[in-house]
Ligand binder design. Structure first.
Ligand SMILES: *[C@@H]1O[C@H](CO)[C@@H](O)[C@H](O)[C@H]1NC(C)=O
Ligand SMILES: *[C@@H]1O[C@H](CO)[C@@H](O)[C@H](O)[C@H]1NC(C)=O
Ligand SMILES: *[C@@H]1O[C@H](CO)[C@@H](O)[C@H](O)[C@H]1NC(C)=O
Length: 448
């Protein structure tokens, strides 16, 4: 009897202890750490870890949260996606591997343990995508008329959303909303009243912090009719001298440029003439060298520029001066001649100015930089006019689009003549006063 009791007690104690061991020793599975958030660049491989303690006979599964799809259960890959797999998993470490990650893989991934209730931990997979320029409708470049509004646009994809920055290819500044800037951050580069100074290649640069940044080159071409500028409208030369006539042209599309004589005959380079021109984007520098000037060479020359939008021309006059190297009675002869030449030049200049406008066949807006130049040269030109003739620095004249020049010269001329008239007036006044005084004295002497 006692024996049976003892046996029962032993049984009970054993059972209890087994229960205790089950309760304390055989603990339920738990996550050693949460599934982390991971950021990866598209195209790379990624491994998501799930670390479980006390898994025992339970099983781990990986689940894609957004689609509620089971990717793996225990050591078995369920997903049909060939890029999904498990990497060197152990009883404690369960690694979900995604090869060649795509933007569509972005989202939450959950590690589950099939306890009751279910244990789970989830982490977010961020997939970064470097920028890519997609809208390349303007790769060939944009062509617009000067003065029109131009917009260059560029669209890019990427994650995060890329920023678009516009720059000139050479990094120089350009006018944007009336301000000189070196970069503009906007999908569309809106240039109001585009000028020839805007011409050139632009880069649209897309960046989102994921290297590499990408750029696209978009050339901008601004069309305008030819405009020309002659630094010296009068050239002076003596018999036998070589002389060079210079003409600056701006035009886009590129103009056909040539020199003609007063009669309109085109000048061809040869023994007598040497016509050269060099260009830099829309600017052309034309030079005509006349070798050993003879009597027949004095007179007018024209430089002509034509493009599809119009044409213009300008005249340079070649005047004869005495040869400064002649030794015989140089002084008197030279002075006498120069004076008459000067007068002739002045008359010629007046005519020239009047002609400057009608030569222009259209009216378009000048760039601000050029306008400034005009105003400056204006003053210089007029000052030079009243000095002794200088073969190299005559007045500057613009053709085509210059409005301010004529008015400036006029006002200067008026003020000059006003000064001389004022002087004359003063003389008369003094005479009058003197006369009155004498008359008064005369009358006074009588009345005494
Ligand atoms: C992962 O990101 C989410 C928000 O996107 C955040 O709530 C969570 O705490 C992050 N988890 C970890 C492990 O950093
Ligand atoms: C150009 O843009 C300006 C400012 O946005 C606007 O005032 C002007 O009317 C536009 N001109 C043309 C020709 O569209
Ligand atoms: C994009 O532009 C925004 C606003 O200008 C700025 O806060 C952000 O830092 C820029 N991102 C990059 C990647 O340059």
């Amino acid at each position: 009897m006692n024996c049976i009791r003892l046996l029962a007690l032993i049984c009970f104690v054993t059972w209890r202890s087994v229960q205790t061991v089950q309760a304390f020793g055989m603990m339920t599975p738990s996550f050693a750490e949460n599934v982390p958030n991971i950021t990866v660049v598209a195209g790379k491989d990624v491994v998501l870890p799930c670390v479980v303690d006390n898994l025992e006979h339970f099983k781990v599964a990986w689940v894609r949260v957004d689609t509620q799809t089971i990717l793996t259960i225990h050591t078995k890959v369920i997903s049909r996606n060939p890029r999904v797999g498990l990497a060197q998993s152990s009883k404690r470490h369960w690694y979900l591997r995604l090869r060649n990650v795509e933007p569509s893989d972005r989202g939450y991934y959950m590690c589950q343990i099939n306890t009751d209730p279910m244990e789970h931990s989830k982490g977010y997979l961020e997939v970064l995508v470097p920028p890519n320029i997609v809208d390349s409708g303007t790769t060939d470049g944009v062509v617009a008329r000067e003065g029109s509004n131009v917009s260059l646009s560029c669209r890019a994809t990427g994650h995060p959303e890329p920023n678009i920055t516009w720059k000139r290819e050479d990094g120089s500044e350009f006018i944007y909303n009336g301000v000189a800037v070196s970069a503009v951050e906007s999908e569309v580069l809106q240039l109001t009243k585009a000028s020839r100074l805007h011409m050139g290649p632009y880069l649209c640069i897309a960046s989102n912090g994921v290297p590499p940044s990408v750029s696209q080159r978009i050339p901008l071409k601004i069309q305008f009719p030819p405009m020309l500028w002659i630094p010296n409208q009068q050239e002076l030369a003596y018999n036998g001298q070589d002389v060079v006539l210079v003409c600056h042209i701006e035009a886009y599309p590129k103009s056909i440029n040539y020199w003609t004589t007063a009669k309109g005959d085109m000048i061809i380079s040869g023994d007598k003439y040497e016509a050269v021109s060099s260009d830099d984007s829309y600017r052309v520098y034309m030079r005509l060298k006349i070798r050993s000037v003879a009597l027949a060479d004095f007179g007018a020359y024209k430089c002509v520029a034509k493009n599809s939008l119009g044409e213009t021309d300008g005249t340079i006059k070649l005047y004869e001066i005495a040869n400064p190297h002649t030794t015989f009675s140089v002084t008197t002869m030279t002075i006498g001649r120069q004076t008459s030449t000067e007068t002739a030049i002045r008359h010629a200049k007046k005519k020239e100015r009047k002609r400057a406008r009608p030569n222009s066949k259209r009216n378009n807006n000048n760039s601000p930089a050029i306008q400034n130049e005009v105003t400056d040269d204006n003053n210089h030109g007029d000052v030079v006019e009243d000095e002794a003739p200088q073969p190299t620095s005559g007045p500057t004249n613009y053709y085509g689009t210059v409005d301010s020049r004529e008015q400036h010269s006029h006002s200067f001329a008026t003020s000059t003549s006003f000064t001389s008239r004022q002087c004359c007036f003063t003389n008369i006044l003094i005479c009058c006063v003197a006369y009155c005084f004498i008359v008064r004295q005369f009358i006074a002497s009588f009345s005494v």
